[in-house]
Design a protein around this ligand. Sequence first.
Ligand code: GYE
Length: 304
Amino acid sequence: GVPMATAAPKLPVKDTYTVAFSQNASNNPWRLAETASMREEAEERGHQLTVTDANNEQAKQIQDIKGLIAQKPDALFIAPITEQLGNVVVEAAAAGIPVFLLDRDVDNTVAKPGEQFVTVIVSDFVQQGKRAAWAMAKATGGNAKIIELEGTTGSSPAIDRKKGFDEAITQCPGLEVVVSQSADFTRAEGQSVTETLLQSHPDATAIYAHNDEMALGAIAAVRAAGKVPGSDIQVVSIDGSRDALTAVDAGELFATVESNPRFGPRAFDTMEQYAREGQVPVQLVLEDRLFDKANAAQNIATAY
Ligand code: GYE
């Protein structure tokens, strides 16, 4: 089983807590859904929640976290931009504040779960990458020249979604990644990077995007290049946002592997359990679904 976090700073049992959340960006619906889930759940439970937004800038996130540490919250949630944020997690631990990582990890040689931070609550990003590859095999009949749009360089989902996809396609000799480039998890870069890559790789027949926002930008670029998304170019991505489910239903996106952003209930359950029991597993993995033509439409109404 997963080891338990016991050596991180303790959290006393209280009725309500002062909690801080360092969010890394608010530039996509996934981030907004995560922040909303944290706020709703905090309010529901009577916890006081302070949220900062790092604007997708690592230097700002480090400053945000230092500022939050100075406020001495009972607990600190961090959604780190990249794995490079270990040092500031160590600072929080040194200040006696229990840290919980949300949706991305840090370099565990710098800050360890169960020691400098309590736990990390994530999806299985390697598995998501594999599922995206299996969907790609299905979409293309196992033959494709693939453009890969990577997430933010150095972020754990970008690293692991690439790893899982690469591992899975070793079993599919007809699937080949012809070029792979970061588009920073944003729709605008997804579009501009795809525009460029479709010109340098006119033989590409598919796009694997590490998140829905980049896939939606890519679909716009495919259309602008005079090609038809879903027939000339097959597109597969990860997240399960409302716009992506709509694109699946329209036949422009073949599938999106879910990466659930609604962390609030799990985050506060874990925090309260840590206070009560003094230990929780050092990693908590969320269950994700797959959205394709068969179930996209019926999930649009509840999507973010
Ligand atoms: O897929 C993406 C967001 O870290 C799991 O980050 C998260 C990813 C998510 O910007 O849309």
